[in-house]
Design a protein around this ligand. Sequence first.
Ligand SMILES: [Zn+2]
Length: 659
Amino acid sequence: MMQMFARPAALATLVAAALLAACGKNPGVGGAAGDATAATVKANEEMAQALKLDDPQDFEDAKKGLIARPEGKIMSADGSTVLIDFDAYKFVDGKAPPTVNPSLWRHAVLNAQIGLFKVTDGIWQVRGFDIANMTLIEGKTGLIVVDPLTARESAAAALAFARKHLGDKPVSAIVFTHSHADHFGGALGIVSAQEAAERKIPIIASEGFMEEATSENILVGTAMARRSMYQFGKNLEKSAKGNVDTGLGKNVAYGAVGVLVPTQLVTQQTEELTIDGVRFVFHNVPGAEAPAELTFAIPDKKAYGGAENLAQTMHNLLPVRGAKVRDALQWSVYLQEAIDQIGDAEVYFGQHNWPVWGNARIVEFITKHRDVYKYTHDQTVRLINAGLTPREIADTIKLPPSLASYFGARGYYGDLRHNVKAVYQFYIGAYDGNPANLNPLPPQESAKRYLELIGGPDKAVAAAQGAYDNGDYRWAAELLNHAVFGAPDNKAAKELLARTYDQMGYQAEAATWRNSYLTAAAELRDGPPKKGIDRSFLIDMLHQTPIARFLEAMAAGLDGPAADGKNLKVNLVLTDINESYVLWIENGVLHHKKAAPAADANATLTLTKPIFIKMMAGTAGVKDTLMSDELKVDGSMIDLVRFFTLIDKAPGTFAIVTK
Ligand SMILES: [Zn+2]
């Protein structure tokens, strides 16, 4: 699903206070989420009538093999935060309330089936301890763990829960299916690095896993973390007017993220490995759902693990939180290959949602997914060549009934309208070719002028109220977005826009869209968050991140205008890993090269990698760190402080729906 967000360029705590002071100037207009309007009730009823929501098959599958359901909560290691509350979604049961799209509600009820499940003889899954599943496979000497969740805490809890029912077996191997943190981040919760090394536990991943896992999105981690609050509805209350699901599972455990270095890489397209006595046939599937990913068959158990190329939902070609665009065509090619790879498998299991049993049903499942991506791809390309632009394509394409009627590939996480824009962007970029959009005014500027033309914000709000009363929420949102941006102090505009987003959220079938609309409404009422996502929990993972990635991120945090003409040079000497780098500013750009310390540097900073990472991850202030005896400064301390002061610290609380 998600990539985790590191924001290592958290260096300049020296300037952080000033930046933080600039935040929180939009207190919001207060109020609570509204009830479903008649238009929303009608839209949701129509959807309920159009779909066979009571089809029992998925419910049987989601409940099949339940051994035990957990109770209570998973707490953060320091006991201060509830990471997962197993009762939080108990309200997701029975008939859909009017404030939730009934198709999404059905999916949310299915994802609410949590616990330890037997998948087939010798294969179990723990579901609901995090957004992903932990799969356990019985080996000759212990348990082979596939994907130890996002966080140390949730992984430890999941494994302990499984052991209570399966016996106290040791971890005999670990498989990481792909490079997204919800599939490896809890590794240190199931076995320590020391134990893994001492017991020589095989840790299997695909080629490129480590680079992608530790580096993906470090550069834009701040923005992604901020936008992921929308996608996952992190700050929403869990209720019929709030967060009911994420599409891939219930919710993310925001605990301590780490990783273990793989001991064995799958490098061939298809590769057979026997792990703790179990024969796996791995398939490398990079560059579709994740840059490094593998799927596998366990022929002797007639089982097939589809990692995340397959889940019980249409996936994202481009997450709403933002990411590099994914390749829809390649994805469909992998799924065609998967149909051949499953052989006589009688059970399919993925690392999200619930399994599928029966060979014919597995083939149908994979075929529908293959064709959802290929249809999306091919029809978007057809319309691109016919001259349609992204918004026009999104409003034109519908899946054919043969695909749309299949629940397992409907848009609960990804959304067709967003995915066609991803295909457009993948091939020809976000620009639609119309020069009116080559150099348009920024949103706030055009909003001000639209408002002038309309005759002021009150006129815009009145027009939007008319659209709202007619259930025309897309138009109401467009008008009101102009009003809020052009007249940020207009309370009525914010209030009505919040109420409009409520309805758009209540009607959305994709959990990611619902969460986005409802988070937008909440921020119009309460303002943007006061705190960004604390990234100190990534420390364990950052220890595995190459220094060069931090230095790239540091360069991308340089305040270019302020740095121009300040040609400082700093040596960075990391004693524990025997690496040294020369960092220098030239033309408002921060460069680095791996080299011996330069004689003409303004200063030399000598420290260890762990201390450097503490500085980068923001758990220690630069000033404090520079003064501490954990490091040594030679040359000019003043220049060193000047250097680090030029590196921006973005708090990750920026406004999105307000100005
Ligand atoms: Zn995932």
